[in-house]
Structure formats: C-alpha cells, structure tokens
Ligand binder design. Structure first.
Ligand code: PLP
Length: 413
C-alpha cells in the first residue's frame, strides 16, 4: 500500500494506468501513424461504424437538438423527473412488466445504479457475487465503498450456465453474511456475449427463492446495459416477469442504461428500477437510493431524462428510434456471426457467445497473446481468463479475418 504520496489508499490498489485505456491509447497512436486500414482496434466499448466512427442514433439526436434551455439547464429532482421515472420503466420492461411494486430512481448511467445497490443492500466488508467473467469495474465500484467481489464459474465444461456453481457460492456467502447482492449481467453479457436462457433464469429464481428461506436479505441486480442490442427486443425481455415471483426478502433491481440503448454514452443517464413484494419495500428503495444519490452525485443530468420522456410519449418517434436501432443491431449481429463462424472454421475456441458488443477467447496467458497481437497492430483487451474482442468497434471484414490471426499469435512463442 506504499504506492501513494499524499493520497490515502484505504485498502485499494490503484494502478498508475487503466489497462484498457492504455491499450486503447496505443491503438489510437498506431492508427495515427499507420492508418486505420492497417490497425485493428477491438478495445472500444461503443458501437462504431465500419469507418470507426461512433454511431449516434439520428432519431435521438433530433430530439436532443429540439430541447429547450430549461430541459438541460434546470436541476432535475434527485430521483429524476416524473415523466422519466415512468418512461424508463416502459423502456426497460417493454411488454413484460413483472408483478409487484416498481419504482425507478434516475442514476448517472448503469454505473450509478450499481453503486447505489451495493451501498444500500450490502454491509461494509461484504462480498458481492457475480460470475468469474465479469465487467471489471464491478470490482472498482464495490472496492470504493469497502466491499469486494466474489465469483462463481459462469460456464460448465460443456459451455452451459453453471447453476450448481451459482447455487454453491450463493449458499456459501449467505452463511457468512446477513445480506447478499448478486449481479447478473444479461442479455449480451460483457465480456462474453452470453445471454441467460429462460431455463437458466428459472433455475436462478428457484435457487434464490430456496436460499431466501434463510430469511436473509438478497438483492438481485440485473444489469441490462446491452438489452436492446441482444436481438428481438420483446423476446429478450421475457425473463422479467420471473422477478415478480421472488419472495418478500428478495428485492430485484434492474440497472438500465441509456448509454448503449440510446447511444447516449456521454449523457450519463440511466435508472435503477426495483421490483418489490410490498409497497413499503419499494418506498424504502426509493428513500435510500435517493439519499445515496444526494450524497454522491446529487441529481443526475436532466436533458437525457427529457429525451427519453419525449421518445416514450410519442408513438411515432418511439417507432423511429426502435427501427433505427434495429438496423445497427443487425449490423452488430452480422459481425458477431462472422467472428463465430470464422472461429469455428479455424478451430479457435471462444467462450459461449449469444449476442452483443463483445466476444471472449479463453487463454491461460492472455497478456502474452495480447502482446503478440499488438506486434501486428491488433489491439484487444486481455482479461483474467482470456481476451476480449469488441465486435462493436470493428468491421465485419475484420471479424472474419481476426480468429485465424488470434489463433496463430497464441501458437507462436
Ligand atoms: N454494465 C456493463 C456490463 C457495462 O459494460 C457498462 C458499460 O460499459 C455498464 C454497466 C455501465 O455503463 P454506463 O454507466 O455508461 O451506463
């Protein structure tokens, strides 16, 4: 912990450089020096077109450009403006609204929801449960407020959701702790692209219901950051009603984000939406989460809340946004299919992939393989158990040629 000059470490390990940003900067420098066509930058967590430009939904941009000064200059209430609190529930659940009491609290992106759930539904010192393959900032968010992350193996040997590992770890943590926050990122999980099937979901719900018989508190956080980029928007929401079947001592919280769904990454807008068994639990959710918001970022930016409210109050506009997004989703799916097919053809094993921005390739020595690839101006993200490829940020042609190059780099010393 001797790594600080004046700052206090408070048990945290803070690297000098964020690994992903470091690689990303090297990729940008390579592009500047050698030209975009000679470099593969598969590190970026945003949807880019084939020329490497950020995709921004025109239909959303038009709403932004029509805003009045008050729509962005005025403070929003801590929990969000009322039309947003209603609109975001429609955006998240679609036709599949779970039974129970729901409340939405605005947050700065899905990140804010994650932070507020951990701070309000776990004790200091607790472990938060998620899968071994997971979005690394979960560790940072938990660590910032004195918690840490424990993991279960996401996949069985034959590439199915590992419900036994999930159940075992849930039971183990509930033996030691008074409460447990469980994070499940689906559909189109980052970094694997896995989506829990309805069968997986039923098994998860059964397991949690069984473990809840202990009487302890469980908060099930469903991180749906990529929900509108998985596939059919209706089909991928079919699991939501299952959240309404959980017992009273389990609260489900959906972390919804406008970053990807509306291509408003920089607007920092999202919401945490609870599904609770009683009115009192839902009211408590609102009270504690708004309190936490006040003590961290205060209120969230107003303008993106107004944008989403306008979209959901205008059927024609909503259809336009959905159609435009579907076009880009098809492009993303084509890239994912191209990569999977090429991987199968050259015999490169990939982690079970369904949809979304990322595909992962398992390796024992991801840093070495990643260095080898960098020598050929291919920039990907090494994780603990493999390498993450952002198919969201590279053209279909690169998705087709990359698997063989990855395989070759892994096989050379
Ligand atoms: N969850 C996952 C798995 C993510 O990949 C991201 C963003 O990359 C987020 C949540 C949160 O994003 P934001 O805070 O921009 O909504």
């Amino acid at each position: 912990m001797g790594d600080f000059i004046l700052a206090r470490g408070n048990g945290r390990r803070i690297p000098k450089e964020d690994k992903i940003f470091g690689i990303s900067n090297r990729a940008k420098a390579a592009i500047a020096e050698k030209g975009r066509e000679n470099v593969v930058n598969g590190t970026i967590g945003a949807l880019l077109d084939d020329e490497g430009k950020l995709i921004v939904l025109k239909s959303v941009d038009e709403v932004f450009r029509d805003l009045e000064p008050n729509d962005y200059a005025e403070y929003a209430p801590i929990g969000g403006i009322q039309p947003f609190r209603e609109a975001v529930q429609k955006a998240a659940f679609g036709k599949h609204v779970p039974d129970g009491y729901t409340e939405a609290v605005a947050t700065p992106g899905g990140t804010g929801s994650l932070r507020n759930v951990i701070s309000n539904y776990s004790d200091v010192g607790d472990q938060i449960l998620t899968s071994d393959w997971h979005w690394a900032p979960y560790n940072t968010i938990a660590g910032e407020i004195g918690r840490s992350v424990a993991t279960y193996e996401l996949f069985t040997k034959d590439g199915k959701f590992n419900i036994d590992a999930f159940a075992e770890k849930t039971a183990e943590l509930l033996e030691k702790q008074e409460s447990l926050v469980i994070i499940i990122n689906t559909p189109a999980h980052n970094p694997t692209g896995y989506s829990l099937t309805l069968e997986d979901w039923k098994a998860v719900i059964d397991t949690i219901s069984r473990e809840a018989e202990s009487g302890k508190t469980i908060a099930l956080l469903v991180d749906v950051a990529y929900i509108d980029f998985a596939g059919d928007e209706d089909e991928y929401r079919e699991f939501f009603p299952l959240l309404g079947t959980l017992p009273e001592n389990v609260i489900s919280i959906v972390a919804y984000s406008l970053s990807k769904t509306c291509t408003l990454y920089g607007a920092r807008c999202g919401a945490m939406i609870c599904v609770a068994k009683t009115r009192e639990i839902a009211d408590e959710f609102k009270r504690v989460c708004e309190f936490s918001s006040r003590g961290t970022w205060s209120n969230s930016a107003r303008f993106a809340q107004v944008i989403l409210s306008k979209i959901y109050n205008d059927a024609a506009l909503l259809e336009k946004v959905n159609e435009e997004r579907a076009k880009y989703r098809n492009m993303l799916q084509a890239r994912g299919r191209a990569f999977s097919k090429a991987a199968a053809e050259c015999g490169l094993e990939i982690v079970p992939y369904d949809a979304g921005f990322f595909i992962s390739v398992p390796f024992d020595d991801p840093d070495r393989v990643s260095r080898k690839l960098e020598e050929q101006d291919i920039f990907l993200v090494p994780l603990a158990k493999g390498i993450r490829v952002s198919v969201a940020s590279i053209p279909e042609s690169a998705c087709r040629s990359l698997p063989a190059k990855i395989k070759k780099a892994a096989e050379t010393d």
